[in-house]
Design a protein around this ligand. Structure first.
Ligand code: NAP
Length: 241
């Protein structure tokens, strides 16, 4: 049985990753922070559709260091991790409080790295472990008004590049999928005018759909993707590239 942890499986991109991996035969640990109902409903659906696979919910606040112990208590064998949780913060850097920086840093960088550390030995056991970060084009190109978010997304990419080298000989691949603007809960605050301006800048002329991101995560988790590591796969409709 191959089993993956998806953080933020209650989110729009994370739940789409869950659907694609379940279709592909994966058993799953589905992490959520507050949206227990959504995870329960996903699990009910999966148990009915895929009775031979196993699905577990795991709850943790990934802003807090004790999240690592919570996950360790709930997770036993593990072949892959997809980091798909997160929040952003809009506004000028001058107005960003130090506490907000700590929150974004912990959630996007420190806690995922601690989780990776905690589960490295389990993941390397079958010699084809997979780690995927859902980063962002902002982590590659940067954005005003989301400077600190761009910074932590860029740090995820730096981690992917470095850590992939350290664990390559154990068959663990470490990659990032870097979405552009995807139509999810995270972007619901955009006004109509902001969306029009944004779409003018995206060569494909529309926002992405979660399944256009999760498709690539599914490919990276396949056995046949074993020779790709340390890479950033940009899926942005041509935006910011
Ligand atoms: N949407 C985009 O345009 C876009 C573009 C580039 C990159 N991304 C990245 O894609 C990832 C997923 O975003 P999304 O668009 O799918 O957003 P979303 O639908 O808002 O999902 C956010 C997820 O993060 C979880 N989360 C929030 N606070 C948390 C906390 N304190 N501890 C643990 N989990 C927490 C949420 O859990 P609960 O709902 O259970 O609280 C939810 O599962 C993020 O890393 C984001 O930066 C998104």
């Amino acid at each position: 049985m191959k089993i993956a942890l998806i953080t933020g499986a209650s989110g729009d991109i994370g739940s789409s990753v869950a659907k694609k991996l379940a279709e592909d035969g994966w058993s799953l640990y589905l992490h959520y922070h507050s949206n227990k109902e959504k995870i329960n409903s996903i699990i009910r659906e999966f148990i009915e559709k895929y009775p031979k696979q196993e699905f577990f919910s795991v709850q943790a606040n990934l802003e807090q260091d004790d999240a690592i112990d919570r996950l360790k208590e709930q997770i036993f064998s593990l072949n892959a991790i997809v980091f798909s949780h997160g929040i952003t913060e809009y506004g000028l850097l001058n107005e960003l409080a130090s506490e907000k920086m700590d929150q974004l840093w912990k959630m996007h960088v420190k806690i995922p790295i601690l989780i990776t550390q905690a589960f490295q030995n389990k993941i390397h056991q079958d010699n084809q472990g997979r780690i995927v970060f859902i980063s962002s084009v902002y982590g590659e190109m940067g954005s005003s008004n989301e400077v600190f978010y761009s910074t932590v997304k860029g740090a995820q990419i730096a981690f992917v590049r470095a850590y992939s080298k350290e664990v390559a000989s154990w068959g663990i691949t470490v990659n990032a999928v870097s979405p552009g603007a995807v139509n999810t809960h995270m972007n619901q605050h955009y006004t109509e005018m902001e969306i029009t301006n944004l779409l003018d800048d995206i060569p494909i002329g529309r926002m992405g759909r979660p399944e256009e991101i999760s498709f690539w995560v599914k490919q990276i988790l396949k056995k046949e993707s074993s020779y790709m590591t340390g890479q950033v796969l940009t899926v942005s409709g041509g935006w910011l590239k």
